[in-house]
Design a protein around this ligand. Structure first.
Ligand SMILES: NC(=O)c1ccc[n+]([C@@H]2O[C@H](COP(=O)([O-])OP(=O)(O)OC[C@H]3O[C@@H](n4cnc5c(N)ncnc54)[C@H](O)[C@@H]3O)[C@@H](O)[C@H]2O)c1
Length: 405
């Protein structure tokens, strides 16, 4: 995060939690001045918090944070910290988000922002009161292929959208002997795969097609118990898994959505054996269809009816005609990676945090997604469809008056 031009604006960064996401946010801040030099933004790693010594050591020695602490509030209170990255386990997100807002600090927070819609709404209320900018870790919005797909949808190239099918299938919790970490305990993780993967998928659907208006869902838990965490009093015991590892939703889009009236089927699993990060979406319209899968991040498959009536999928590899691609690679077909998506996300967050246009996901989008998930939980209990309140996030694809959309 150092070595930027002398006339660039230094921004003091505070990091809360130095795990996978904390390290990734830090790399994104470090890359930002090189990828987007014209912004003149120079994030400076100031203060990092982690309860684990190894995390604090890594933050100081490898990531270059000037100060480290075991107390996240120290980071928030540090006058040199101007923006905060919140990368803690789920159960801490809402309280840290509220604390950052109260201190008047813009924050970039990992999903899920809350363990429920009510938890997320607390953070939203604090953000509105404080008037701080926010960014959410909804990174599946960022691939150039997705940005290109959204432009095609908005331009009407797929015609009227009729259906969407999404499946976010990961295998990272497929081992039944993996210990019962915080994410399997309701008090600590909240929902299971709903908050973890379905929340991403719901946000992606909101971003591409607009707000979901009603939902019905089923959920299941297939690995019902796991061994207690080694090195804790639970070691050697088998303990219950308290949340779902598979979720399936049927959705109807809201009347305000770009895809008003369309129907969708969304599945998520974190115990799928085979798929590793098969985060895939297919969108069908009256004139064409498209499909994308995170495991093939740089590819978009597109079928648009030709003038002579023929139609068939073609595979497009990302190149400079796709938004943002050229920032990372000059030559089409050279793959971008996951870190690049976070660099784009960091850019959108810091531009908004420094008074520029807010083009990234924000706390309203987080609440919109959380409300769908809470409605899904309710539906899984009752077996009924649940209508949602107006949930359009700030950057959902909604109809615009007078444009015919
Ligand atoms: N956007 C994405 O695609 C994505 C991917 C993975 C994880 N996540 C989210 O990021 C968050 C973190 O996940 P991760 O995979 O980085 O977890 P991780 O287990 O790798 O890291 C969590 C870190 O938090 C630290 N920690 C625990 N209690 C703390 C406290 N009280 N104060 C400060 N630090 C504390 C731990 O020591 C650890 O270093 C989760 O909410 C997860 O849902 C998002």
């Amino acid at each position: 995060m150092t070595g930027s031009p002398a006339d660039s604006r230094s921004i003091g960064v505070g990091l809360i939690s130095v795990g996978w996401m904390g390290r990734l946010h830090s790399r994104a801040y470090r890359n930002l001045p090189v990828v987007y030099p014209e912004l003149g933004l120079a994030p400076r790693p100031v203060h990092a918090a982690d309860t684990a010594e190894a995390g604090r050591d890594y933050a100081r020695a490898v990531l270059g944070y000037e100060k480290v602490t075991s107390e996240y509030q120290d980071v928030i209170d540090d006058p040199e910290v101007e923006v905060v990255s919140i990368c803690a386990p789920n159960f801490l997100h809402a309280e840290i988000g509220v604390a950052a807002a109260k201190a008047g600090k813009p924050f970039w927070i990992e999903k899920p922002v809350g363990r429920s819609a009510a938890d997320t709404a607390r953070v939203r209320d604090a953000v509105i009161e404080a008037g701080v900018a926010t960014g959410i870790g909804f990174n599946y919005r960022q691939p150039p292929a997705i940005a290109y797909a959204r432009d095609l949808i908005l331009a009407g190239r797929l015609g009227t959208i009729t259906n969407v099918r999404g499946r976010f299938f990961g295998g990272f919790n497929a081992d039944p002997n993996a210990p019962r970490a915080w994410r399997f305990v309701r008090e600590l993780g909240g929902t299971g795969v709903l908050g973890d993967l379905m929340g991403h998928l719901v946000d992606l659907v909101h971003y591409l097609l607009g707000p979901i208006g009603s939902v019905t869902a089923t959920t299941g838990t297939y690995i019902n118990e796991r061994p207690g965490l080694p090195g804790t009093p639970d070691e050697g015991r088998r303990l219950p898994v308290e949340n779902e590892d598979f979720a399936n939703m049927l959705v109807r889009f809201d009347d305000t959505a770009f895809a008003a009236g369309a129907l969708g089927s969304l599945d998520a699993s974190w115990i799928a054996v085979g798929p590793k990060a098969e985060y895939a979406i297919e969108i069908f319209g009256t004139e064409g269809s498209l499909r994308w899968d995170f495991e093939h991040l740089n590819e978009l498959e597109l079928a648009i009816r030709e003038a002579d009536g023929t139609v068939g999928y073609r595979r497009m590899l990302a190149d400079r005609t796709f938004p943002e691609f050229e920032r990372f690679q000059p030559s089409g077909g050279t793959p971008m990676g996951y870190d690049d998506l976070k660099t784009i996300e960091a850019k959108k967050f810091l531009v908004a945090a420094t008074g520029g246009p807010a083009t990234g996901s924000n706390i309203h989008d987080a609440l919109a997604s959380a409300q769908v998930l809470t409605a899904a939980e309710e539906s899984a209990q009752s077996g009924r469809w649940v209508d949602l309140p107006v949930v359009a996030g700030n950057t959902a694809n909604v109809r615009t008056e007078g444009t015919g959309r």
